[in-house]
Write a protein that binds this ligand. Structure first.
Ligand code: 4AD
Ligand code: MG
Length: 430
């Protein structure tokens, strides 16, 4: 028999169906009791009337507990008062397990407790909504690049290459040598554009971040496009088109979830191209005007990012950064070699950096110098240097942190709720 889900319940109005899931909540008014029931695709109210069911079924009201697993059979009825527009007039209930002492009750719990019970917390309404938005964002990312002629070419997770600095590397014993968990797929995408022109990779990336902030995970997912024959300006055009597409997709497909999360979507509706573009120098000026004691040449802290993003109603792109703030692979600005052709995209409402990217150094000898200047071992970069020997080209790309995007689009406070099982400095379980 075909498995019927709450998400498709409208197709079965007036028919008898069996739904499989878990008890969310029960309340009784004497001759009738109501069970809010969930099956992973949604919630539905099930109505049990004493005169319409066997006594044994009616008496389940006293026995069923939150998260007991049950299959419910009944008639689908239109009901404008219930949230999904339908309810189930129950005929019978099959109990698979009576759950005892489910740790997460509808009352308030502390975050540490909820994180320890993450494997169960994921069943709660808000967490369910966040993970569904995450799924739609992943889909929108893939669709955007697929529809714009990019080829998906994934990068390895075990690598010999440093990409984003040596301080945040995770090393792993790798037979007789040491491997790193990848910080970014970028260097590999710079190779695969030589084969495919426009590529993207999308996978988990790792940073041994010792900082305990609302924005950092040690394992996060990144989607990274890379384009051959593309300069910084065109790179920024891709970034703004991409983000706007993803946000619009969520507005069109995640209304239910964004309502549950009480997201003010009017702010997301403003996210359309063009995004403001300001130089790092201009950003530093804005900070000074706002009374920040900002040291030119340093990276922006999250308080700085909040001030910068507050100037605009859509993401702002900060470009041309002091060389020392950026990685070895960034191309230097031909007009001012103290600046790197990098770009950071800051989300509105103080959600901070969601994208980092830029134009890459395409000259062999300059790149060798840069690797040396960053004190990186030359041997693992031989293959990367080959790319500057065999048909080098101007090229650019960027990486969007998936969880940063989910945090912003869902409007939640902390990045740890945007990934099913977050990894942070103090958390490896569950
Ligand atoms: O700015 P980042 O370090 O840039 C790169 O890794 C480039 N190689 C990407 C590229 O050009 N292909 O990281 C990119 C994005 C950041 O803007 C942020 O959204 C996210 O990755 N990110 C993190 N997200 C969660 N936790 C962390 N510890 C993160 N570090 C970076
Ligand atoms: Mg960055």
């Amino acid at each position: 028999m075909q498995h019927i889900y709450i998400s498709n319940i409208a197709d079965y109005e007036g028919q008898e169906v069996t739904l499989h899931g878990w008890v969310y909540n029960i309340r009784s008014i004497g001759k009738i009791w109501f069970m809010i029931f969930r099956d992973g695709t949604g919630l539905i109210q099930c109505v049990v009337v004493r005169s319409e069911v066997d006594q044994a079924i009616f008496e389940l009201e006293a026995k069923l507990t939150q998260e007991s697993s049950v299959s419910v059979t009944g008639i689908v009825r239109k009901d404008d008062r219930s949230s999904g527009g339908y309810e189930l007039g129950v005929k019978s209930i099959e109990v698979h397990q009576y759950t005892e002492n489910y740790p997460i009750s509808p009352k308030e719990h502390g975050t540490a407790f909820l994180m320890d019970n993450r494997h169960l917390w994921l069943r709660s309404k808000k967490q369910h909504a966040i993970i569904r938005v995450r799924h739609q964002i992943v889909k929108a990312c893939r669709d955007f690049f697929d529809d714009n002629g990019f080829t998906l070419v994934d990068a390895p997770i075990l690598t010999a290459n440093v990409c984003e600095g040596t301080t945040s590397l995770f090393s792993v014993d790798y037979f007789d040598t040491t491997a790193y968990l990848t910080q970014s797929g970028q260097l590999y995408s710079e190779a695969t554009i030589g084969a495919h022109g426009k590529v993207y990779c999308f996978g988990p990336t790792f940073r041994a971040e010792k900082s305990k902030t609302r924005r950092h995970l040690t394992e996060f997912w990144m989607v990274e496009p890379e384009m051959a024959y593309c300069d910084l300006d065109e790179n920024m055009e891709w970034a703004e088109k991409f983000i706007s597409y993803v946000v619009q997709w969520c507005l069109d497909h995640c209304q239910t979830e964004l309502d549950i999360l009480e997201r003010d979507t009017t702010l997301l509706e403003k996210v359309t191209p063009p995004f403001p573009r300001i130089t790092y120098d201009k950003a530093a000026e804005i900070l000074k005007e706002n009374g920040v004691d900002f040291e030119y040449g340093s990276d922006f802290g999250s308080a700085d990012e909040t001030i910068l993003s507050a100037q605009y109603d859509r993401p702002v792109m900060v470009h041309r950064w002091p060389v020392e703030t950026k990685a070895f692979y960034m191309k230097l600005d031909p007009k001012n070699p103290d600046l790197a052709l990098g770009v950071d995209v800051l989300a509105p409402e103080g959600y901070g950096e969601i994208i980092g990217g830029g134009q890459r150094e395409d000259d062999h000898d300059t790149l060798v110098e840069r690797i040396l200047r960053h004190d990186l071992p030359m041997k693992p970069f031989q293959w990367y240097l080959d790319l500057r020997k065999y048909g080098t080209i101007p090229h650019s790309g960027f990486g969007m942190g998936l969880e940063r995007a989910v945090t912003w689009i869902t409007g939640i406070k902390h990045i740890r709720e945007t990934i099913p099982f977050p990894r942070t400095i103090y958390r490896l379980e569950p």
